[in-house]
Design a protein around this ligand. Structure first.
Ligand SMILES: *[C@@H]1O[C@H](CO)[C@@H](O)[C@H](O)[C@H]1NC(C)=O
Ligand SMILES: *[C@@H]1O[C@H](CO)[C@@H](O)[C@H](O)[C@H]1NC(C)=O
Ligand SMILES: *[C@@H]1O[C@H](CO)[C@@H](O)[C@H](O)[C@H]1NC(C)=O
Ligand SMILES: *[C@@H]1O[C@H](CO)[C@@H](O)[C@H](O)[C@H]1NC(C)=O
Ligand SMILES: *[C@@H]1O[C@H](CO)[C@@H](O)[C@H](O)[C@H]1NC(C)=O
Ligand SMILES: *[C@@H]1O[C@H](CO)[C@@H](O)[C@H](O)[C@H]1NC(C)=O
Length: 418
């Protein structure tokens, strides 16, 4: 299960003293998805509950109809809310200040939706809502990036204890004892069953109609499940459906041509949502956290591409296009279909549509400050993950706002029906 340690193998010498060719391939895999820089025309998803009355007891600022995902980054002199000295949960490769990043302005922004305010994450409020509950983050290493951001943001209230029942780095469970809140992370970059073709290859066989039981068998008891996946589908893979090859991406096999990426990706989301909807006794809320764009400039990821900007874009300076646009659109399509199916079983689906906000943050990645420059291997600039503290902290602003709206919605419904 070497692959689970993907990030460690890309440079953390405390865990691994030798770097094999396999590791290099792994590193390539780790960044290959970013072959394109791209971005966005976003389908607006309205978090619209404007027709519901606000119960007076619930503090939420955007109860009027407002698309919280359309907006701009505005300066926030009060940020950041933690540092690498106050929070131990920052992953080595996202600890940009430690590795000498010279600028710090990238930490000092907040997201301002066009038509309302998005409050800064309040850790007390979040833990109060999560009292006695559990949340699973399911997907690639960006899910782990997000979880570590949350641990840091919550650290003003409480530090979690590690209650993982495995030593595997990418399957962590954290418990907030005073709130009886559990947060877990399941690493499944392709979301469905996938297998490396062999240990010397970066190529994956991805079984687009089969559940990945490494996580589907675990999430049924969770109250909230946040799904994400994207970048890995731009890496080398062969899609299988009903055990037969139906497509291929960068697969370099003589008998196969590059084909059917979008078909496979669509099917993967269909299967993923199906796997959750079909869980017996699952009563949770499902969030789809949408595609997080990378920002390579001046070259491809493996040809010296980098991300050296120090300021966010304004929304009129860039747009979603190419792969990013298409993959995001597919996510939204499949989300809508699943949401309709889920409702029949009483399941709630919510769209955490962070794509546009992150598209505007070419300044938020580690770039070359995810590693020490003198490490003894080829290192690529990381324009995929997010520095901590940094713009990914905003995902928790969105999440809390949606949770508050969700509780308002259900309370209002109860009031209407009682
Ligand atoms: C935190 O960042 C500073 C630079 O701002 C660096 O000198 C220090 O080593 C880092 N500390 C930790 C624990 O990462
Ligand atoms: C803690 O929460 C879990 C659900 O996540 C629940 O089953 C359990 O009874 C709770 N324990 C206490 C002491 O409240
Ligand atoms: C393609 O060739 C490889 C070996 O060269 C073989 O294992 C695989 O089954 C072939 N795939 C198809 C679709 O013919
Ligand atoms: C984008 O909008 C800002 C403020 O509205 C304006 O100052 C700037 O010139 C615009 N930039 C482009 C590239 O249109
Ligand atoms: C999956 O796709 C099938 C076939 O198109 C469709 O009938 C079904 O509603 C989809 N299920 C989900 C959960 O998206
Ligand atoms: C780096 O590689 C060189 C040559 O292969 C070797 O002599 C040196 O010890 C290595 N340094 C580290 C820190 O591994």
């Amino acid at each position: 299960m070497k692959f689970l340690h993907m990030e460690l193998e890309c440079g953390n010498r405390t865990k691994k003293q030798t770097v094999s060719n396999i590791s290099k391939v792994v590193c390539i895999m780790f960044l290959i998805f970013t072959v394109t820089t791209a971005l966005l025309k976003i389908n607006k998803f309205k978090v619209a509950i404007g027709d519901l009355k606000e119960p007076e007891s619930l503090p939420s600022t955007s109860l009027k109809k407002c698309d919280i995902f359309s907006g701009e980054w505005v300066p926030n002199p009060e940020a950041p809310y933690y540092t690498n000295t106050t929070c131990w949960a920052i992953h080595e490769h996202q600890n940009c200040m430690k590795h000498g990043r010279p600028d710090s302005e990238f930490m000092k922004w907040r997201w301002k939706p066009n038509e309302c305010e998005l409050p800064i994450f309040n850790p007390f409020q979040f833990l109060e809502i999560m009292r006695g509950k559990s949340m699973a983050l399911v997907g690639d290493s960006l899910a782990r990036n997000h979880m570590q951001s949350m641990i840091c943001l919550l650290s003003r209230v409480e530090w979690p204890i590690d209650v993982s029942n495995t030593k595997v780095f990418s399957f962590k469970q954290w418990k907030y004892s005073n709130y009886n809140f559990t947060m877990a992370n399941y690493w499944t970059p392709h979301l469905v069953r996938a297998k490396k073709v062999d240990s010397n290859s970066a190529l994956f066989n991805v079984y687009i109609d089969e559940f990945d039981e490494t996580w589907t068998t675990h999430v049924k008891d969770f109250d909230y499940v946040i799904i994400n996946g994207g970048q890995w589908f731009l890496g080398p893979l062969v899609f299988y459906e009903k055990q037969r090859v139906v497509g291929c991406q960068h697969c370099d096999l003589d008998n196969m041509t590059h084909s059917n990426l979008y078909y496979g990706y669509r099917k993967v989301y269909n299967t993923t949502f199906k796997s959750i909807i079909s869980l017996e006794n699952f009563k949770g809320t499902i969030f789809l956290r949408t595609f997080s764009p990378s920002h390579f400039e001046n070259g491809l990821w493996n040809k010296g591409g980098n991300c050296m900007r120090t300021k966010p874009f304004r929304s009129n300076e860039t747009k979603l296009e190419g792969y990013d646009l298409e993959l995001h659109k597919i996510q939204l399509d499949e989300f809508r279909i699943a949401k309709k199916e889920g409702i029949k079983k009483g399941l709630k689906f919510m769209l955490l549509d962070t794509t546009q906000a992150m598209l505007l943050r070419p300044d938020g990645h580690p770039n070359r400050y995810g590693y020490w420059p003198n490490e003894n291997m080829t290192l690529y600039n990381d324009c995929v993950h997010w520095c901590l503290p940094g713009p990914i902290d905003t995902w928790s602003d969105f999440l809390l706002e949606m949770l508050k709206m969700e509780s308002v919605t259900s309370i209002s419904k109860n009031m209407i029906h009682s």
